[in-house]
Design a protein around this ligand. Structure first.
Ligand code: BGC
Length: 541
């Protein structure tokens, strides 16, 4: 079966256009001729190039794209494997070798919207670091002020002490600006730390490995809350870290503050991961009390799914290449097929492959040799480009052309643009379907008829089709008697850390903190939306 450009575009480009033209012809020959003439003027390249295209080239392109396709049956098979890996992570016998670690988080009290107080939060998970002051006002109302700081690459891969020192300096700057220093109040602080951690308590967590381009020395196996608190104390800052949460947990908690049906947290951003509320009797690795509530949030760390080779069946040579050239080869295999840190790079490798096979940019042989252009360089095709290309509708491909210009391809043909868009669509669709299958496992497992999933992350927020593709695939995979909803709350991962601290207070375990939270009323409500965009723009490979 051969793939032609009409097939590539059939859903939203060619079909309406052809229909329109046919209708015009049927109505009146003169009008039809005019429509056709107009069409030729509007899409001259397409007109010419399609005459030149050899059908066997289409077959070759299709072969490449086919390697990215995952059928529903394959997804169901992957769901079974994930369930097995989850059981391995939860069992004390197999936990050590398990790839999906299923870490118990010690977060057991789910908020009910009544939590109140002022809490500081630090949110570290990618190249950006955010400091927040959150005012929980009860009745599910939240006010906050926040500031984004950049984590320079040199710090991301440098000495761990410098990282925590940098975090404390950013906190100091923020508190200085907001007049929070030397107020006589010791502010409670929730720390959203979005890396795999083995928790030993709510405010004690050992990093098991770095992900997402971080590799600071001297932090793995250390208690990150301790490292942070030491840096805070060294700077004489009046704040105490009372809770550490993963961003998935923060997202679940922030969402549950508004909607108590929330039972799952999902992140689709620079990295990917999910957490959910599990019954204690299913958590063989649980080593604390069995008091009420007999549940705990499990941080799955699903990004590592497949690190033992169990996803090899669906991996392509591009996935292998992305993995081999990464800072952590062999690790985070599921994450590398889904998340924003890697998506653009997968697309770039496919484009390069097609170019080398002389299937793409045929009019650009003269630029082949220019190895300085982003197209030839790792990370040269940003993940935000995938979204930009996919927002193009119609025959002009103005966004796609701009993106191709950015990576060093000038004056691409209509076919070039259509093929690049097709590649982006397939790569992002595969990611959405894989994430959807993982999420379906969790929704089915919760065992309730209504399940809300708190979702966040730049990929999910800014990609034009990710949510739709994920939902579509979940509709097939989720048990028919279960209703699910995907909810997104602004700043969820940071707010969640604050809510977690406050929820612990409500449970009576954080009495000291309640005293500390009951400071004077404080409120600024300013979120600069540019900050979020800036975050997304930095995502590249
Ligand atoms: C980390 C997770 C995190 C996810 C999303 C992954 O790389 O291992 O802890 O939740 O990224 O930020």
């Amino acid at each position: 079966m051969s793939l032609n450009i009409a097939q590539i575009l059939h859903d939203d480009l060619i079909t309406p256009m052809v229909r329109k033209t046919a209708y015009g012809l049927a109505t009146t020959c003169i009008l039809g001729a005019a429509v056709y003439a107009g069409y030729c003027v509007a899409a001259p390249e397409k007109h010419i190039i399609r005459q030149h295209r050899h059908p066997e080239l289409n077959d070759q392109i299709e072969k490449v794209v086919d390697s990215l396709k995952i059928t529903d049956d394959q997804l169901i098979h992957i769901m079974h494997i994930l369930e097995e890996e989850m059981s391995a992570g939860l069992s004390p016998i197999t936990h050590k070798q398990a790839t999906v670690k299923m870490f118990p988080t010690y977060v057991r009290n789910i908020p009910n919207g009544t939590e109140v107080g002022q809490v500081l939060a630090l949110d570290l998970g990618g190249t950006n670091f955010r400091v927040l002051l959150i005012d929980l006002r009860g009745n599910a109302r939240v006010e906050l002020t926040s500031k984004i700081f950049v984590i320079p690459q040199s710090i991301m891969i440098g000495d761990g002490r410098h990282l925590f020192c940098h975090l404390a300096e950013c906190l100091y700057d923020f508190m200085l600006k907001e007049n929070l220093l030397r107020t006589g109040i010791c502010y409670p602080l929730g720390f959203t730390f979005s890396f795999p951690c083995r928790q030993e308590g709510l405010a004690s967590a050992r990093l098991t490995s770095w992900t997402k381009g971080f590799s600071c020395s001297g932090v793995v196996n250390e208690d990150v809350v301790k490292l942070l608190q030491e840096a805070i104390n060294e700077k004489g800052i009046n704040a105490k870290c009372v809770a550490l949460v993963n961003d998935t947990v923060g997202t679940l908690m922030a969402c549950a503050y508004k909607d108590p049906a929330t039972a799952i947290g999902l992140i689709l951003g620079t990295g990917t991961n999910a957490c959910y509320i599990e019954n204690l009797d299913k958590v063989g690795t649980w080593n604390s009390d069995y008091d009420e509530p007999k549940q705990v949030i499990i941080n799955m760390e699903w990004g590592a799914f497949g690190d033992n080779g169990r996803l090899n069946l669906i991996r392509t040579k591009y996935d292998e290449e992305v993995d081999l050239s990464s800072i952590n080869p062999g690790k985070q295999i599921f994450e590398k097929m889904i998340s924003g840190m890697y998506m653009g790079e997968i697309v770039r490798l496919i484009i390069l492959d097609l170019l080398q096979q002389e299937l793409l940019f045929l009019g650009h042989r003269d630029t082949y040799g220019d190895y300085k252009t982003p197209l030839y360089n790792r990370g040269g095709f940003y993940t935000k480009f995938v979204s930009t290309v996919e927002t193009d509708e119609g025959i002009k491909f103005s966004n796609t052309r701009r993106v191709l210009e950015d990576i060093g391809i000038h004056n691409p043909t209509y076919d070039d643009c259509a093929i690049v868009q097709h590649i982006c669509r397939q790569v992002s669709k595969r990611a959405a379907r894989l994430a959807g299958a993982g999420l379906a496992v969790l929704v089915n497992r919760i065992g309730k008829s209504d399940v809300t999933v708190g979702v966040d992350g730049s990929l999910y927020r800014y990609h034009p089709r990710f949510k739709r593709n994920m939902e579509r695939c979940m509709e097939t995979l989720v048990n028919k008697d279960v209703k699910f909803a995907l909810e997104t709350i602004p700043d969820a991962s940071g707010i969640g850390a604050a809510v977690t601290a406050a929820a612990e207070c409500r449970s009576g375990k954080g009495a000291a903190m309640v005293a500390c939270v009951a400071g004077k009323p404080y409120l600024v409500n300013s979120i600069v939306s540019d900050e979020e965009t800036a975050d997304y723009e930095k995502i590249n490979s």
